[in-house]
Every structure is written in structure tokens, then in C-alpha cells.
Write a protein that binds this ligand. Structure first.
Ligand code: CMX
Length: 136
């Protein structure tokens, strides 16, 4: 398995409407996509910067992962997503074999048509880590 680049950085925010102006008016980026991922209970906003994206994450439910994260730790960086080559499911199997705890045994559909799989922050030095590949 080889990670090729940082595909995106996920940032938990209370409100997309309140967060987006900082990225557009201060950093000069452009929000090019807003997308809801129903099964993750999030609404996402994307900005491209080089090869990498910034993904803002707003919870659509008080029970959602992002709402719980903000309640416990406040707004801020939530996860780092690495693009992998050689197949996502193969990568997940390989890292599990190296003792990393998987949150997804198999890739599943995420925002922007990506196939994604999460690794538990307790086994990755405290950083919630996502592996991803372009979907078919
Ligand atoms: N980064 C680092 N550590 C985190 C974390 C994060 N994003 N979220 C939780 N933790 C820590 C907690 O602080 C806690 O640490 P302590 O035991 O030291 O207090 C530990 O992980 C377990 O946390 P928890 O609150 O008991 O467990 P949760 O029910 O909050 O689940 C996690 C945490 C990572 C397993 C869960 O958030 C998960 O499965 N995430 C993957 C899916 C996801 O994040 N979806 C939203 C984004 C979707 C998208 O990008 O489209």
C-alpha cells in the first residue's frame, strides 16, 4: 500500500454558512460543492487547494459523529484523508495486518464519489485517518 497524497482534510464546524466566509474571504478559496452524506449525518462543503481539498463538515443531527466530536473537543480538524494506490480494500486489509484498527472493514461510498475507509485514531497516533480512492 502506498499513500500518494493528502486527498482532503476534514474540519468539523458548527455551521457551514458561518464557516465558509473565512475560507472564501480570508484564504481566497472557492467553495465548489456542497453535498449531504445522509448515512454519515453530515453536510459537506469542499474547497480545492493544489492537489488537496478542504472538507468542512456540519452535522445534520445532534446524534451524528460530527455533533458528538464538537461537543467533546470543539470545532477543528477532524480527520486527514490519504489517497491510496493499489486498491482501497487491499490497503485496508494490509494496514489491518500491520495492527491498525479499522473502522471500516471494506470501502464504502463517501462524498465526491470517493470510496473511503476509516482507521481508528487510537491506533494512528491520535489522528482519525481516512484512506480513499476514486470511485468507479
Ligand atoms: N480524531 C481524533 N480522536 C478522536 C476523534 C477524531 N476525529 N473522534 C473521537 N476521537 C477520540 C475521542 O476523543 C476518544 O478519546 P478518549 O477515549 O481519549 O476520550 C476516542 O477517540 C473514542 O471516542 P468516542 O467518543 O468514545 O467514540 P466516538 O463514538 O466518538 O467515535 C470514532 C469515534 C472515531 C470511532 C467515530 O467518530 C468514527 O467511527 N468515525 C469515522 C466516521 C466519521 O468520522 N464520519 C464523519 C465524516 C464523514 C465524511 O467525511 O464524509
Amino acid at each position: 500500500m502506498k499513500a500518494t497524497h493528502i486527498e482532503h482534510i476534514g474540519i468539523a464546524v458548527k455551521s457551514l454558512d458561518e464557516a465558509i466566509p473565512y475560507y472564501e474571504n480570508v484564504l481566497g478559496l472557492k467553495c465548489y460543492n456542497i453535498e449531504e452524506v445522509a448515512d454519515q449525518k453530515v453536510k459537506t462543503a469542499f474547497f480545492q487547494i493544489g492537489q488537496t481539498k478542504i472538507e468542512l463538515l456540519e452535522s445534520t443531527s445532534p446524534e451524528g459523529t460530527i455533533a458528538k466530536f464538537i461537543e467533546k473537543r470543539g470545532e477543528g480538524v477532524h480527520h486527514v484523508a490519504y489517497a491510496v494506490e493499489g486498491g482501497l480494500n487491499a490497503a485496508l486489509t494490509e494496514v489491518e495486518g500491520k495492527g491498525i484498527q479499522l473502522l471500516d472493514k471494506q470501502g464504502r461510498k463517501g462524498a465526491e464519489g470517493l470510496n473511503i475507509g476509516f482507521l481508528h485514531p487510537k491506533s494512528t497516533g491520535g489522528v482519525l485517518t481516512e484512506l480513499c480512492e476514486k470511485g468507479n
